[in-house]
Design a protein around this ligand. Sequence first.
Ligand code: PGA
Length: 250
Amino acid sequence: MRKKIVAGNWKMNLLLDEAKTLHHAVTSNVKENQYGCEVYHFVPSLYITSLLNETNAVAVGAQNGHPSKNGAFTGEISLHQLKKTGVSSVLIGHSERRQQFHESNAFLKEKVNAALAEKMKIFFCCGESLEQRESGDYVRVVIEQLNQSLFHLSSEEMKNVVIAYEPIWAIGTGKTATPEQANEMHIQIRKAVASTYSDEIAENTNILYGGSCNPSNAVELFSQSDIDGGLIGGASLKAEDFISILKAAQ
Ligand code: PGA
């Protein structure tokens, strides 16, 4: 049985005090209730050191990291620096990085390799645009993202990877994929993992759904056969909402 995972992606939100208050509220609640899922907060890198010490009931992860260890990359933070600061998980391939920062599948592959070299857990995001969904080509698009950036890994390395399916048309739009639409894609992703690796690796790979997941739709989404939790944007910014989603993952 795969253990569910619920991860908050705070994006570029919250001031430091707000971030500390939110992280503390969720951490205390998780310690008290011991939900049956793993919980992560992907936070702005600036806040990582302030949040890391709170206990590890809620893991603190990075939203991005550069594949080079160091060098002339003004404004960037390397995966190596993140790991040495105590961060063990990272989002790679979020659609906002792909679209607004023009990160290609080839560059994402470099990040995947660098994160694994640092022994970090990778949350690899994939997903199609509205146009690709409407053209009917969406499964091919998503599997190609996996093929080009992820599926060169060995079976052993895949154990450090969580896949997050996030249809771009559902992110921050309030327009959630229906549980059936999401599950259909999760089944296709799992099949692709099985044919590239093995049934065993596919069965053990967590595939999260992301895109306008909230307290009112989480139970139905998480009850689907192949949805193993969620990557939560907007609804992770309020402790109460995020905690409701954790309950839905029980
Ligand atoms: P959303 O964002 O929950 O606000 O749609 C999800 C994400 O971008 O990870």
